[in-house]
Write a protein that binds this ligand. Structure first.
Ligand code: UDP
Length: 314
């Protein structure tokens, strides 16, 4: 019999792509979201899908939608602009929300996969970042509402695994982009693409020498699906190991869009990590996974979605 899977954060960027992947594997999916940063439009194409059910709910309050076989916990504001705006909500979803969802997994003996993050590494001294690195996170800075909530979640997931024998998985997600990324959440790829497509200046924070490694959404979902079927409970990095300075990334966006905008420099946000690059040796060996879409190709695949976005915001 096909599995009944619960996805929290189902109306979000990754949650909605995950729902699609699970449905295409024959699962029945129950999506939950409170639309604090999610968007109904991300699920609009599933309106007539009989195996998809949507429930509007806030997972920081206990909830129970019946027996499930698997739970993917993807609910949280995720861009620096959103989680600093919604600081307390972010702390709550990453603490009470994680506990509530783990209780459901425990009750129904469901498997559980939690969306963790490269932010667990903070501003890292170890480069590229391996899963065994404990990180360097400022516990009281503006990013702490997200970073510490995600670190608390990892501790909680491991505790349910150790004490209650819940079959859990932790994916540490690095910067990801593609269609359905929120248009106004201030992230670098969405900002740069919308700016380039609408002819406005491209905003680079600081001198643009800080680095990130950008994974296209289809690669990321493939990695997560593989991890969900593995026996691994310890964290696994999923991300694209090709590292870009933000300035190089802005130039790549101009190249792909054919844009001629100027690049302007703005203040670097507090505690903005200086570098980020996943060591994906574990994912390669354990899951036989590695990304296949380059930044150039991924940006091309994203243009249409962001072109519509730049029209709407213009
Ligand atoms: N950034 C930028 N211009 C923008 C938005 C972001 O230069 O319009 C920078 C930001 O300071 C950071 C990097 O791009 O160094 C990635 O930022 P994002 O908000 O996408 O995610 P983060 O990796 O910081 O969580």
């Amino acid at each position: 019999m096909a599995k009944r899977v619960l996805v929290t954060g189902a109306a979000g960027f990754l949650g909605s792509h995950l729902c699609d992947a699970l449905l295409s594997e024959g699962c029945s999916v129950v999506g939950v979201d409170n639309f604090c940063t999610g968007d109904r439009a991300n699920l609009a194409h599933l309106k007539t899908e009989p195996r998809f059910e949507f429930v509007e709910a806030d997972i920081t309050k206990p909830f129970d939608l019946g027996k499930i076989d698997y739970l993917f916990n993807f609910a949280s504001p995720a861009s620096p602009v959103d989680y600093t705006r919604l600081g307390v909500e972010t702390l709550l979803v990453g603490s009470a929300g994680t506990l509530n969802t783990l209780e459901l997994a425990r009750k129904y003996e469901a498997e559980y996969l939690h969306a963790s993050t490269s932010e667990c590494y903070g501003d890292p001294e170890v480069h590229p970042q391996v899963e065994t690195y404990w990180g360097r996170v400022n516990p009281i800075g503006p990013r702490s509402v997200y970073d510490e909530a995600k670190r608390f979640s990892e501790a909680t997931v491991m505790a349910y695994h150790r004490y209650y024998k819940v079959n859990t998985h932790l994916v540490r997600i690095f910067n990801t982009y593609g269609p359905r990324l929120q248009k106004n959440d201030g992230r670098v790829i969405s900002n740069l693409l919308i700016q380039a497509l609408s002819g406005g200046p491209l905003t680079v924070y600081g001198d643009g020498s800080q680095t990130r490694s950008f994974c296209y959404v289809s690669d990321l979902i493939d990695g997560i699906m593989r991890l969900s079927k593995s026996g691994e409970a310890l964290p696994v990095n999923i991300g694209n190991p090709v590292e870009w300075t933000i300035l190089e990334c802005a130039r790549e966006v101009l190249k792909v869009t054919g844009g001629t905008s100027e690049i302007i420099f703005k203040d670097l946000p507090i505690d903005d990590p200086t570098r980020r690059r996943p060591d994906i040796t574990k994912a390669k060996t354990l899951l036989g996974w590695e990304p296949t879409v380059s930044l150039n190709e991924g940006l091309k695949l994203s243009i249409e979605y962001f072109r519509n976005a730049s029209r709407v915001s213009a």
